[in-house]
Write a protein that binds this ligand. Structure first.
Ligand code: FES
Length: 148
């Protein structure tokens, strides 16, 4: 089976207006598609930390990187690479404390989304390397057994 799935063209104008949509791709994975500042992004819908609904998160910039902020515990995930950001303190004895945004590495699986003649195509990232968000993309989470 192909890993490409067309999201109907009527949804293209919808996402441009609404900025985001979620879609079950290939019958197996909930993907969040975002349209922000003219760019399309796609990632696993549930947050790698504890399965929070990223479709309800705000988009903010940290250290020049656009992130979705999970509504549950405010984890920041870069749109471009799915990296988890955290605030690091270089010198815990310094006053005032100075913090910097650092990356924890890739935590959220990012997928590919392209637009061709008004149709959106999502290609799942099927790399075999485990990514933390995979844990929350199982059938049980999809059908809501673990909804809180
Ligand atoms: Fe997303 Fe905790 S579930 S920050």
């Amino acid at each position: 089976t192909s890993s490409n799935e067309s999201i109907e063209s009527t949804l293209t104008s919808h996402i441009v207006k609404a900025g985001r949509l979620t879609k079950l791709v290939n019958g197996c994975r909930d993907v969040l598609v975002l349209h922000h500042q003219g760019q399309l992004h796609a990632m696993d819908t549930r947050c790698y930390h504890s399965g929070g609904p990223l479709q309800s998160g705000d988009i903010e910039e940290f250290n020049g990187m656009l992130c979705i902020v999970c509504p549950w515990h405010k984890y920041k995930i870069t749109l471009a690479g799915g990296e988890g950001l955290y605030q690091a303190v270089d010198d815990p004895t310094a006053r005032p404390l100075r913090t910097h945004w650092r990356s924890k590495g890739v935590k959220q699986r990012i997928h590919k989304v392209t637009e061709v003649n008004g149709d959106l195509y999502v290609t799942l990232n099927e790399s075999s390397e485990a990514i933390e968000s995979d844990v929350y993309q199982t059938e049980s989470y999809r059908i809501g057994l673990f909804k809180t």
